[in-house]
Design a protein around this ligand. Sequence first.
Ligand SMILES: CC(C)(COP(=O)(O)OP(=O)(O)OC[C@H]1O[C@@H](n2cnc3c(N)ncnc32)[C@H](O)[C@@H]1OP(=O)(O)O)[C@@H](O)C(=O)NCCC(=O)NCCS
Length: 155
Amino acid sequence: MSFTISDLRQQPAFFDAVADRIWRAWRKERGFPADYIAGRLRENMTPSPIPFALVAHRDETFIGTASVIAADLEERPQYSPWVGAVWVDPKYRMQEIGSALVERAVEAVFALHFRRVYLCAERERRRFYARQGWVPIEEDVGERKLTVFVKNAGS
Ligand SMILES: CC(C)(COP(=O)(O)OP(=O)(O)OC[C@H]1O[C@@H](n2cnc3c(N)ncnc32)[C@H](O)[C@@H]1OP(=O)(O)O)[C@@H](O)C(=O)NCCC(=O)NCCS
């Protein structure tokens, strides 16, 4: 399926869809109000290089998103930046859109001259990221027992 990946700053019409998916996927059940994510996501709309969000879309239709943020796991403040909030709407999954979003986020980080980028994920996502060349460096971090992955520029 053909799709485009854009920086959300260039496609602000998708702002509400991105905020909605992030809230539903990771914040709603933890009791955060719906407008919490909108507030955080507004930081991605400023000209500073990080944070930023990517959106996968086909014309006006939202398909998926991924973000690059300075800090993700509060237990690991020494690592930065991170790829996070990777989401593809269920009906578009299994078509390599998720991996394309992650790859584009990584390319953008390395274009900003960072030499490393991090990501944390639950155990069941291990194969998804390992297949894309992410290397697990820590297991069972924090309450959610996440795996921390790294990707090095030029590897
Ligand atoms: C994780 C997620 C982003 C993946 O999105 P996606 O667009 O389905 O990703 P891809 O298509 O690139 O890869 C997904 C799987 O489909 C498989 N796949 C892709 N194209 C395929 C095809 N044509 N035929 C068969 N399998 C295929 C991939 O091998 C991959 O398998 P794996 O996970 O076992 O490695 C999506 O499932 C999602 O939004 N999940 C909920 C949120 C989430 O868990 N995010 C990650 C947080 S760390």
